[in-house]
Design a protein around this ligand. Structure first.
Ligand code: ZN
Length: 158
């Protein structure tokens, strides 16, 4: 596993829409392994491929101390409720703000072998899932609140 460079806000790559993964091959496995290593090294709890500069719809989320969820080509099936809580991002170091997210989310996705699965999450993990799926669509959490918009304006980043 290799640690890759994390793309930061201001880099146009983060604003691009990621393309679906088409090949469930060794390259995908290496990408997911490297994403996990990079996330752990940076003490993150979730990471999307675009954050290591790869515009593919792949995500890794830490569920527990030693449990990780790999999510490829996710699709949100259902959301429910709303929760306001603090959020940060490896691509926006040092900035945190409260963001409203669904309390519950259900997704359909694929694992690294191309096996489809459904996953339900609530509260903190639901927040991570929604945050990371936003990344795949070029959306950052700082786009979603006034504080985040102020942060972008103050720092002159998009
Ligand atoms: Zn993020």
């Amino acid at each position: 596993m290799a640690i890759r460079k994390v793309v930061r806000i201001g880099n146009a790559t983060l604003r691009k829409k990621s393309k679906p993964v088409v090949a469930y091959d060794e390259e995908l496995g290496t990408l997911l392994d490297d994403m996990k290593a990079t996330m752990l090294e940076r003490k993150g709890v979730g990471i999307s491929a675009v954050q290591v500069g790869v515009l593919r719809r792949a995500i890794v989320i830490q569920l527990d101390d030693d449990q990780f969820l790999e999510v490829v080509n996710p699709e949100i099936l259902k959301t429910r409720g709303k929760v306001l809580a603090s959020e940060g991002c490896l691509s926006v170091p040092g900035f945190y703000c409260d963001v409203e997210r669904p309390k519950y989310v259900k997704i359909r996705a694929f694992d690294r072998n191309g096996e489809a699965f459904e996953f339900e999450a609530k509260d903190y993990i639901a927040r991570c899932v929604c945050h990371e799926i936003d990344h795949l669509n070029g959306v950052l959490f700082v786009d979603l609140t006034e504080e985040g918009k102020n942060y972008k304006a103050l720092n002159g980043v998009e």
